[in-house]
Design a protein around this ligand. Structure first.
Ligand code: KG4
Ligand code: ZN
Length: 351
């Protein structure tokens, strides 16, 4: 058994968690991690600015982190001495924000003489669902959709990732946030657009489905995404509206339907093409219940669709603990020289 204290500070959530790895570990087994505690403190300050201000995020992490860690340990009923190893987010993310968590974790590990591991944030998102779904096993198709990334992955085994599709411009979450701003909604736009879209009428606005036409052609862009044109189409519709109050929910519905159509269709198509029995959704946009339910409707039981609950899809340290515990249990360690990187490449990438 390995009990890991995990720290995540890549953006505007200060989070710590305690995760215990209890079962077998390997390319097909994720160690049956048990979540003992997770504390997620969302930094409210950025709302005033309509987006994350990196310097403010770093300072807020520094102020909050010691208490967030203490709470995570207390909720898990343990102390720093009861922890076997420490995992931190090494990247990608805001470099100053990453620096706070990574250096804090490194300092703890050094002073306690405990093993230490730097974890890739997106690998964390991919491991989040297995904290809630015990019998999740590769091979699967992973769709990672966050504020900074949109990636469609072929995962033949844990730790081996083939990126089959990615965005050419904006990430899916970024598109939600920018459209939220265009519609006069507070940051972040994603959750508010989902809520309004539920009240909106489908089909009143028909926006383009970018790059969906590439599917089935076998070209290099078959599984690629692009969301910036959609944002422009929405801007035109907002400009053309003579009553945004009246039209807002319908516009949200039109926009969300367009994004989800592309995400759902490409993900389902890839799972069918590869013959994988499972689809794993991860990242903040996977909090969107319409995405999960539409994908389930689309595959009609042909694939099992697995997503974590919103608490573990948003940025959190539990997912870093899960991925970190898996890597530690396989004997991996980070050296003291590791540095956080805003553009950290995903480990285990294959052609
Ligand atoms: O993974 P995450 O918490 O942070 C990053 O790693 O970027 O993702 C944040 C993104 C934001 O763009 C946010 O608007 C989006 O996830 N998001 C959503 C929903 N909840 C969060 N997008 C659509 N629908 C939601 N319900
Ligand atoms: Zn994230």
């Amino acid at each position: 058994m390995t009990r890991v204290l995990a720290i995540e500070t890549s953006c505007d959530e200060t989070s710590a968690a305690v995760v215990r790895s209890a079962g077998p570990v390997g390319p097909e087994r994720h160690g049956d991690p048990v979540l003992e505690s997770v504390v997620i403190l969302s930094q409210d300050i950025h709302r005033i600015f309509g987006g994350v201000v990196p310097e403010l995020a770093s300072r807020a992490h520094l102020t909050a982190l010691p208490d967030v860690i203490d709470q995570a340990l207390a909720q898990a009923g343990t102390t720093m001495e009861g922890v076997d190893a420490i995992a931190v987010t090494q990247g990608p993310g805001l470099v100053g924000a990453l620096l706070v968590g990574a250096m804090y974790g490194k300092g703890l590990a050094w002073s306690l003489r405990k093993p230490f591991i730097g974890v890739h944030h997106m690998e964390g998102h991919l491991f989040a669902p297995e904290l809630e779904h015990r019998n999740l096993r590769p091979p699967f198709v992973g769709l990672l959709v966050s504020g900074g990334h949109t990636q469609l992955l072929d995962v033949p085994e844990w730790g081996t990732y083939r990126i089959v599709g990615a965005t050419k411009d904006d990430a899916a979450g970024e598109a939600f946030d920018k459209v939220g701003t265009l519609l006069g909604l507070p940051y972040p736009g994603g959750p508010r657009i989902e809520k309004l879209a539920r009240e909106g009428r489908p089909g009143r606005w028909k926006f383009p489905r970018p790059m969906l036409g590439e599917l089935g052609r076998g070209g290099p862009d078959e599984y690629a995404f692009s969301f910036s044109g959609l944002k422009t189409a929405l801007l035109r519709a907002v400009q053309a509206s003579d009553d945004l109050e009246r039209d807002r929910a319908d516009l949200c519905r039109g926009f969300q339907d367009a994004v989800l159509d592309v995400l759902v269709e490409k993900t389902a198509h890839l799972a069918e093409a590869l013959g994988h029995p499972t689809i794993v959704l991860g990242g903040g946009v996977a909090c969107n219940q319409a995405l999960v339910s539409r994908l389930r409707e689309r595959v009609r039981g042909g694939q099992r669709v697995v997503a974590a609950t919103p608490r573990l899809n948003q940025d959190n340290a539990a997912m870093i603990g899960a991925a970190g515990a898996w890597r530690l249990a396989q004997g991996e360690r980070s050296g003291w020289e590791i540095e956080p990187r805003s553009d950290l490449p995903m480990p285990g990438l294959v052609g």
